[in-house]
Design a binder for this molecule. Structure first.
Ligand SMILES: [Zn+2]
Length: 379
């Protein structure tokens, strides 16, 4: 796969429609163009890799598009769209404040604000990572933001909304971007795989989505990593090996042991897992997540809250039907506590072992109680 182009770049959306998982925001932006009531300044906030800069660029392009589509998507064909796509637009400026944060950088930018746009309706300024501007740069920018010419539009993006001065916030229409749902990431990865003629198991993509934690950009770069490792055929097994992810079967087995009289097997399994180089805290938080899924699987209404493939949902439903709800709740509480206290624990391995033993103890205690009741009722 010598000439595999980085998916994050190749599959970067160029229309609102193709933006993943931010439907509410893209619809609002389009309708603001439709109604002709476009605010002067926008602030796009949210975690990294969820499409803030992508949306800012599409919006900038849509504002100046000469032949916008019926639903106000940029055409990507007119002179304005093309010059922007070729990074040669005279009316749309981009500044990455992470690397250009001095007062001079901002001055250079705002000096041009008063020159009217050429052959376009607006002059659009996209400032990425705006919280990185120095305070002198912020102040210089604020002056422009206070009295901008009508044709100037500002789109600011940040991962750290709390660092933005109130004076700037109050002048912006604020959009909060959410982390992207695993299912949406999954669908997009499936689309990329199909377009690149790569066969990939759904569970492998689930692992990628979980690892990306809501950031599509991260998901795509992990996907690239897998392609360079596995080629055109990506299996679940190769994925967990490559990403050093613990196979979900370990959690099913561990649960089986804990909710039976098999605590020694549970401790041996933990030993194997640690031996294979997995972090004990990772394991315990994974186990907590597994218990949560089991609880969700106990009720038809909440099954959809599990972010896993249908095949694994069935496994959860089967295990859930054999597991006592009250014990499961207590087990979840114990694993969460263990996870929470892990960093402070003197003997970390012991703290995890103790947690497993307590879960198993709750099980055996309850079982004995039930047996005693049966004996009593028999008199
Ligand atoms: Zn256009």
């Amino acid at each position: 796969m010598d000439n595999f182009i980085v998916s994050a770049r190749k599959y970067r959306p160029v229309t609102f429609k193709s933006v993943v998982g931010q439907n509410a925001i893209t619809e609002t932006l389009k309708s603001s163009i439709r109604s002709g009531k476009v605010a002067q300044a926008f602030l796009f906030c949210g975690p990294r890799g969820v499409g803030k800069t992508t949306c800012a660029r599409i919006f900038a392009k849509a504002l100046n598009c000469q032949h916008p589509a019926e639903d106000f998507e940029p055409c990507n064909e007119c002179e304005s769209c093309r010059s922007f796509n070729e990074s040669a637009s005279f009316n749309i400026y981009e500044l990455d404040a992470a690397s250009n944060n001095s007062v001079d950088d901002i001055r250079k930018l705002v000096e041009q604000v008063h020159i009217a746009p050429q052959g376009a309706k607006y002059k659009v300024y996209v400032i990425d990572e705006v919280h990185m501007l120095s305070s002198a740069a912020f102040n210089a920018f604020l002056k422009t933001l206070e009295e901008p010419p009508a044709y100037a539009k500002f789109i600011l993006a940040t991962t750290e909304k709390h660092k933005i001065l109130a004076t700037i916030l109050s002048r912006c229409q604020v959009y909060d971007f959410k982390r992207i749902k695993d299912d949406d990431i999954l669908k997009h990865l499936q689309y990329v795989a199909e377009s690149e003629q790569i066969t990939v198991e759904e569970d492998a993509l689930r692992v990628v989505a979980a690892k990306a934690d809501g950031a599509l950009r991260d998901a795509l770069s992990i996907f690239d990593q897998l392609v360079s490792y596995s080629g055109k055929n990506i299996t679940y097994q190769a994925t967990i090996e490559n990403l050093n992810v613990l196979d979900v079967d370990n959690y099913f087995k561990m649960t089986e042991f804990l909710f039976h009289d098999e605590v020694s097997d549970a401790l041996l399994l933990l030993d194997q897992i640690i031996d294979r180089g997995f972090d004990a805290q990772h394991f315990i938080s994974g186990l907590a997540a597994h218990f949560r899924n089991l609880l969700m699987a106990q009720n038809q209404m909440t099954v959809k809250l599990m972010e896993t493939s249908d095949a694994i949902k069935i496994k959860f439903t089967q295990q859930a039907s054999k597991t006592d709800k009250q014990l499961l709740l207590r087990a979840m509480d114990l694993t969460s506590q263990c996870d929470f206290n892990y960093k402070m624990a003197g003997n970390k391995r012991l703290s995890v072992e103790l947690c497993l033993m307590q879960i198993n103890f709750n099980y055996t205690w309850k079982k004995r109680e039930q047996e005693a009741k049966v004996r009593q009722s028999r008199g």
